[in-house]
Write a protein of this length. Structure first.
Length: 122
């Protein structure tokens, strides 16, 4: 099992001084697919998202729609390889220089997982 990486702090999550584990690997797979620039990973050019292109976008509703679309595209391989049966992406845009992707994943085991991923905008 991999150590769990928090999308908010971008660091390992500690539990009583030890790294918390990601039991099914979906949390880290989602984090990596959203945080890596699409095409930048040498071993898999399809890994990643286009969310980095939004860093210089204004904090308007249109950017929330783009972020949702980019996240859905980045997470599609998790559905294709059968590790999840559904992935739902919604956005929360408080207009404070960030928008948040709210991601609900139903794992192949039937377990429902939720994630909150921040996206920096201007």
């Amino acid at each position: 099992m991999d150590a769990f990486i928090s999308p908010i702090t971008r660091d390992y999550v500690l539990l009583s001084g030890a790294a918390q584990r990601d039991p099914n690997g979906l949390a880290n797979a989602i984090y990596l697919r959203l945080s890596v620039r699409l095409g930048s990973y040498w071993a898999d050019k399809t890994l990643g998202s286009q969310l980095y292109t939004l860093e210089r976008e204004k904090d308007v509703a249109r950017v929330g729609l783009l972020a949702k679309q980019y996240a859905e595209q980045a997470l599609a391989p998790i559905l294709a390889d059968g590790r999840a049966t559904s992935i739902t992406v919604t956005t929360d845009q408080p207009h404070d220089g960030r928008l948040y992707l709210l991601i609900e994943v139903v794992a192949a085991s039937g377990e429902t997982l939720t994630f909150k991923y921040p996206v920096k905008v201007i």
